[in-house]
Design a protein around this ligand. Structure first.
Ligand code: WT7
Length: 635
C-alpha cells in the first residue's frame, strides 16, 4: 500500500495510526519515495519543545525547485504548470508549461545572481498575481535566496517594517497592478517605502500596466531586458534541509508583525503530501486556489504543493466581482476547474449576489471544493455545497495557519464524511490536543478547549526571524511540550474538530489575520486621539468586522466627528492597508480598565455585539462608571 495517496476512510485511519505510532519511519518513507534529494538525511527528526528547536531530515541536501520543476520535465514537460488568468477576461489566459517554467525560473535566477543576490540573502517580493510572482519565488529558491513576499495590498509603512526587519537587499515589484476596473501604483508605494529602507540596494521592476513610473538611477531596473539577455539554464544551488526557504509575516496580538521562517525540506514534504490528499489531485486535473501568493495559502497551495506534484495550478490576477459577480464561475467553466479552493468571506460575498450568477455557468468539472482562512458558517457552507458543488462535490474545510505551513485539520474528500462548519479530523501525522485553562489536557469527546498540537510535524515554522525568544514565548510557553495555536476548538461526539475562533487579540477579518495592537498604534498616532481599543464583531460578509473605541484628548473636541472617523481610517490605510479599516468607530470618554491598567476587551466585545446583560462582573474595574456611559452612547 502506498501511503502517499489515501483513497478511503479506513485507509485514512490505518495511515494515521502509522504516522502517529512511528512518525519518523512514516515521514522517512514519504520523503524517500516521493522526492528527489542530493544527499540523504542523517536523522529524520530531532526536537526540543523547551527551546523550540525542530529539525526534519537533518543534513539532507536538496533544492526544492528541482522537486517542483526539473524532475517533471521528462514526464510532463509540455503539461501546463501555471495557468494564468488575467484580470481582464478579454486578455488571453497564459499556459506556462513545465518546460517553459523551467526556462523562466532559470533566467530569473540568473538575473538575481547578476544583480548580486547570493545564497542566504533576503529578497522582498511585492507583486500582483501575475506569473512573475510565482517565478520570482521559485527563482529565489533556485539560488538559495530567502524570499519574503509582501501582499501587494499592504501600504508603504507595512512594507518598510517588513523590509527592515529582515534586512532585505532587493525588492521585486511591478509598475502597477490591475484590480477590477482600477489600477494601483505599486511602484509609487514601493518608492515611498524605500525612503526609509536603506538596506535595499536594488529594485527589479516588472512591466505590467505600461505606466510611466520613475526609475531611480543606480537602484531601479526594468526586469524584461535583463531576462531577454539571461541564460536559460541555472544549476540549482545545493541547499541544506533546514536552510530557510522563506519568511512570511503574520500579525501578532502585540508588537510588530512576526516574520515566520519556514525551512526547505519539511515544508516541501508536507505541503506536497497535504496537497495530493486534501485535494485528491489526479494527473489531468486543473486546480485553482483563489488566494494571493502574498499569504501562506498561496505559498503552499498555489506554488509549492501543486508544483511538487506536477499539477496544473491556476493563478488569477483579478477579483471575484469583475466584470461581474459571475467571474469565478466563468473561470471554472472556461478552464474546467476540478478543485476550487477559496475563503468563506468570498463565498458569503458571492452568495449575497444571488444564484443567477452561478447558474449561468457549467460547473460540472468540479470535484472538490475547499474553504480556508476562517470558520465557515452553516449558511455559507450550504450555499457552497448546493450552488457550486451541486451537492456532489465534498467541501474540505481546512484549518491551518501561516505558522503551520500546511493544512492540519481537514476532511479527506471522498473518504471523511463532511459535517458543515467542522474541519473534522487531523491530517496524517497531526496530533491535536484541547487544553483547559489550568494547562491540563481535556480528554474524551464533546469537549471544548484551546487547540494545541502535541507533536512536531514537518512544515512547522522554525523560528521568528531575528527573534527566537518571541517564537518560544508565543507558541511554546503557554503549555509544556505543545505548540499553542491561538485558536479555540471543540471536539464533537465522534471526535470531529470545529474551530471556534481566536482566543487571543487577533481578529480574522475577511480571512485576514489582523492584530489589534498595530491598528491601535496607527489610530493613536492621530493627534486628537489619546487611546483606542479594537474588538471584532460579527459581519455577514467579512465574518468579523472591526469596532474601534476611541478616546479623544480633548473631550470637548469641536471638530466634526465624521471627519475624524475618515482621518482615523485613512491613518489605518496608510499604516497597514485598507483591509484593516474600522467599520464602526465609537468615541468614548474612557476605556474600561483593570486595576493594573489593562484594557478589558472582553467587555468591549460584549458591547459591540449588544450583549449588554453579558458583561460579567465590572465592579473590579478601575473605572466601572465608564462602561455604562459607553453603553448609553450606543443605545
Ligand atoms: C488563522 C490563521 C491557513 C491559511 C490562511 C490563514 C483561522 C484558518 C480556518 C478554518 C476556522 C480558520 C484560525 C487560524 N483559520 N483556517 N478552516 N476554520 N478558522 O492563515 O493568516 O495565519 O491565519 O486563521 O483562526 O489561527 P493565517
Amino acid at each position: 500500500m502506498s501511503n502517499y495517496h489515501i483513497k478511503q476512510f479506513e485507509e485514512y485511519f490505518q495511515v494515521y495510526r502509522k504516522s502517529v505510532r512511528n512518525p519518523e519511519q512514516f515521514w522517512e518513507e514519504i520523503a524517500e519515495e516521493h522526492f528527489v534529494w542530493k544527499k540523504r538525511w542523517s536523522n529524520v527528526l530531532s526536537y526540543d519543545f523547551k527551546n523550540a528547536e525542530f529539525k526534519w531530515f537533518e543534513n539532507a541536501k536538496l533544492n526544492i525547485t528541482e522537486n517542483c520543476i526539473d524532475r517533471h520535465l521528462h514526464t510532463r514537460g509540455d503539461k501546463t504548470a501555471i495557468l494564468f488568468e488575467p484580470n481582464n477576461p478579454e486578455e488571453t489566459a497564459e499556459h506556462i508549461t513545465y518546460n517553459q517554467l523551467h526556462e523562466r525560473v532559470c533566467k530569473f535566477a540568473n538575473v538575481l545572481k547578476d544583480q548580486g543576490i547570493k545564497k542566504g540573502d533576503v529578497v522582498c517580493i511585492y507583486l500582483p498575481m501575475i506569473p512573475e510572482l510565482a517565478i520570482a519565488v521559485l527563482a529565489c529558491a533556485r539560488i538559495g535566496a530567502i524570499h519574503s513576499v509582501i501582499f501587494a495590498g499592504f501600504s508603504s509603512s507595512a512594507i518598510v517594517s517588513r523590509i527592515n526587519d529582515c534586512n532585505a537587499k532587493m525588492v521585486i515589484t511591478s509598475d502597477g497592478s490591475y484590480r477590477g476596473s482600477k489600477t494601483i501604483d505599486l511602484k509609487g508605494i514601493v518608492d515611498e517605502a524605500l525612503n526609509d529602507a536603506p538596506c535595499i540596494k536594488s529594485v527589479l521592476v516588472v512591466n505590467r500596466i505600461n505606466s510611466d513610473v520613475q526609475m531611480k538611477e543606480g537602484r531601479d531596473v526594468w526586469l524584461q531586458p535583463l531576462l531577454d539577455d539571461a541564460y536559460g539554464d541555472c544549476t540549482a544551488e545545493v541547499m541544506d534541509a533546514e536552510d530557510p526557504l522563506f519568511i512570511l509575516y503574520t500579525s501578532g496580538s502585540t508588537g510588530k508583525p512576526k516574520g515566520m521562517v519556514h525551512s526547505i525540506a519539511g515544508y516541501m514534504v508536507y505541503s506536497a503530501y497535504t496537497f495530493k490528499n486534501v485535494f485528491q489531485y489526479r494527473d489531468n486535473d486543473v486546480y485553482w486556489c483563489t488566494a494571493d501568493i502574498g499569504w501562506i495559502t498561496g505559498h503552499s497551495y498555489i506554488v509549492y504543493g501543486p508544483l511538487a506534484n506536477g499539477a496544473t495550478s491556476v493563478m488569477f490576477e483579478g477579483v471575484p466581482s469583475y466584470p461581474d459577480y459571475g467571474r469565478f464561475w466563468d473561470i471554472v467553466e472556461k478552464h474546467k476547474i476540478t478543485q476550487f479552493y477559496t475563503a468563506p468571506t468570498a463565498i458569503r460575498a458571492l452568495a449575497k449576489q444571488g444564484a443567477e450568477f452561478v447558474d449561468k455557468y457549467d460547473l460540472s468539472s468540479l470535484k472538490v471544493l475547499g474553504s480556508v482562512g476562517e470558520p465557515i458558517n452553516e449558511e455559507a457552507w450550504h450555499w457552497y455545497d448546493e450552488n457550486v458543488g451541486k451537492k456532489k462535490s465534498p467541501i474540505v474545510d481546512t484549518w491551518w495557519q501561516t505558522e503551520t505551513g500546511g493544512i492540519m485539520i481537514t476532511p479527506i474528500p471522498f473518504s471523511t464524511p463532511t459535517k458543515p462548519t467542522y474541519a473534522t479530523l487531523p491530517f496524517i501525522g497531526v496530533q491535536p490536543a484541547l487544553m483547559d485553562e489550568n494547562g491540563q489536557v481535556i480528554k474524551g469527546n464533546q469537549v471544548e478547549g484551546r487547540l494545541c498540537i502535541k507533536f512536531p510535524w514537518p512544515s512547522m515554522a522554525r523560528t521568528i526571524w531575528g527573534n527566537h525568544q518571541r517564537y518560544k514565548d508565543t507558541y511554546f510557553s503557554a503549555y509544556e511540550n505543545m505548540y499553542f495555536t491561538g485558536d479555540g476548538a471543540l471536539r464533537d461526539e465522534v471526535g470531529y474538530y470545529r474551530i471556534t475562533g481566536r482566543v487571543d487579540d487577533v481578529i480574522i477579518v475577511s480571512g485576514h489575520n489582523l492584530g489589534t495592537a498595530p491598528i491601535e498604534d496607527a489610530i493613536n498616532e492621530h493627534p486628537a486621539v489619546s487611546e483606542s481599543a479594537i474588538v471584532g464583531f460579527p459581519h455577514d460578509v467579512k465574518g468579523n468586522a472591526l469596532y474601534g473605541y476611541v478616546t479623544l484628548k480633548d473631550v470637548g473636541e469641536s471638530r466634526h466627528h465624521g471627519n475624524l472617523r475618515n482621518e482615523i481610517n485613512q491613518l489605518i490605510t496608510d499604516r497597514i492597508g485598507p483591509i484593516a479599516k474600522l467599520d464602526k468607530i465609537q468615541f468614548t470618554e474612557g476605556l474600561p480598565k483593570t486595576r493594573s491598567g489593562k484594557i478589558m476587551r472582553r467587555i468591549l466585545r460584549k458591547i459591540a455585539t449588544n450583549e449588554f446583560d453579558q458583561l460579567g462582573d465590572t465592579s473590579t474595574l478601575l473605572n466601572p462608571e465608564v462602561v455604562q456611559r459607553i453603553i448609553d452612547n450606543v443605545k
